[in-house]
Ligand binder design. Structure first.
Ligand code: ZN
Length: 268
């Protein structure tokens, strides 16, 4: 049975995720700020049994100390980068078995940071700052080759897998996607949907869209599509480029595009 997930918005645009298990227990994914998460737990009467941290950036970890004073639970973090906050360092392929939850598999997905992790369980993937709704994280520590491999790995998950990402950037990301593929009806539909529903809450990513929606609309998962290839060629790419080269070009292009319409919040 697909797992129940709940998003808790924290800081300016981060999302903390609660994965609900049996007997009103939950697992918390990332913790940029404690107070909103503690309030959400109290309101939903969920009891946390563990915290999973996708990467070391402060907007994913700064709430840990205050949280652990209330709920002293184990903290799983990346063994592939410095994770002083983690009581349980975990590496790629590790399986986190918590009573009342299906197994959570640890994926090392470097690119945004050197040791970034995603956590994959039945029907749900927590993708942190690797895969965003309609976009992807910036390259802070890893290479384009690493990030394109990490994204390709996530793209191969079953299509119904719900994507729970670390930031709400959907509207900004869709603007670039629509600019890149003006004739893609799935992107147009997603933009319309966002305007009618998402704008009300301003939290489209909190809906945890299925991977199938990302495959149809997210340019960073569409690097082999003819429409994206021709956009890249028109932008000055020299096809045939490798996956990593196409990714690098598209990532730089989006950074420049965001630079034209500054998005100061996209710093983490
Ligand atoms: Zn980050």
């Amino acid at each position: 049975m697909p797992q129940q997930v709940h998003a808790v918005p924290v800081l300016s645009d981060n999302l903390v995720w609660l994965l609900e298990g049996a007997d009103r227990r939950c697992v918390v994914v990332d913790l940029g700020q404690a107070e909103p998460v503690l309030a959400a737990l109290a309101e939903s009467r969920l009891t946390p049994v563990a915290v999973l941290i996708t990467h070391h950036h402060a907007d994913h970890t700064a709430g840990l100390a205050a949280f652990l004073r209330v709920y002293p639970v184990p903290v799983f973090g990346s063994a592939h980068e410095s994770s002083p906050f983690a009581s349980q360092p975990v590496a790629d392929g590790a399986v986190i078995d918590l009573p009342g939850f299906p197994p959570l598999t640890v994926w090392h997905t470097p690119g945004h940071t050197r040791g970034h992790l995603c956590f994959v369980t039945e029907g749900v993937a927590f993708t942190g700052d690797t895969l965003f709704t309609a976009g992807c994280g910036r390259l802070f520590e890893g290479s384009a080759a690493q990030m394109s491999r990490s994204l390709a790995r996530l793209a191969a998950l079953p299509a119904p897998t719900r994507i729970c990402c670390g930031h709400e950037y959907t509207a900004d990301n869709l603007r670039f996607a629509a600019f890149l593929e003006p004739d893609n009806p799935a992107i147009a539909e997603r933009v319309t949907q966002l305007q009618t529903q998402g704008a009300a809450s301003g939290l489209a990513a909190a809906a945890a869209p299925p991977l199938s929606v990302e495959l149809a609309t997210n340019p960073f998962l569409r690097l082999s599509e003819p429409s994206v290839l021709s956009a890249i060629a028109a932008h000055g790419g020299q096809p045939p480029l490798s996956d990593a080269e196409r990714f690098a070009l598209l990532r730089r292009w989006k950074d420049d595009y965001d630079g034209l319409a500054p998005l100061p919040e996209q710093t983490a």
